[in-house]
Design a binder for this molecule. Sequence first.
Ligand SMILES: [Fe+2]
Ligand SMILES: [Fe+2]
Length: 192
Amino acid sequence: MDLYDLTRAWVAKLAERASPSKGVLPHSFDAERRAALLYAQRFREPAPLFLRIAALLHDVERVFPAGEVRREDFADYDTYKREHATRSAEIARAFLLRQGADEALVDAVSQTISRHEHGGDRYSDTILDADSTSFFEDNFASYLAENGPERTRDKVRFMYLRMSPEARETVRGMDFEGALQSVFDEAAAGEE
Ligand SMILES: [Fe+2]
Ligand SMILES: [Fe+2]
């Protein structure tokens, strides 16, 4: 197996032990598929291997309960997200080194994951957009059901504000059902 397949197999194995509400799978695979597609569309070249591996592992810390980064431990959403990204990057780095991966690739994956919630370069920006559109399409309803409107508005605002203009347009074009649409409208209000 090459490194890409090894990473997919590891994510699938980890997902088995995570509670379904963490949504590690299919989210990780979906984010990777979207990121590869977006990158190819934007830059007219195939997504590099490190980007695909970073997309597969971007949320990996959620399946390691010891030391798990929890929203309630942080005063604001932003700090929580930075901590979550840093911890995922560290876990990804350790995994890749165990596989004997090339150091330059490990560094690139780790840097991309550590920036995946805030962006800052074309790779992390791509994962960020892929991650956000994936949330709105597949996880918005279950997130609201599980966390209630207030916390969902926080998350939606964070997701929406960080997206590129193109990704915002994609999300604005989505059809949300009743409660979702009002949470979305309130969160995104005034940000156009
Ligand atoms: Fe994340
Ligand atoms: Fe994610």
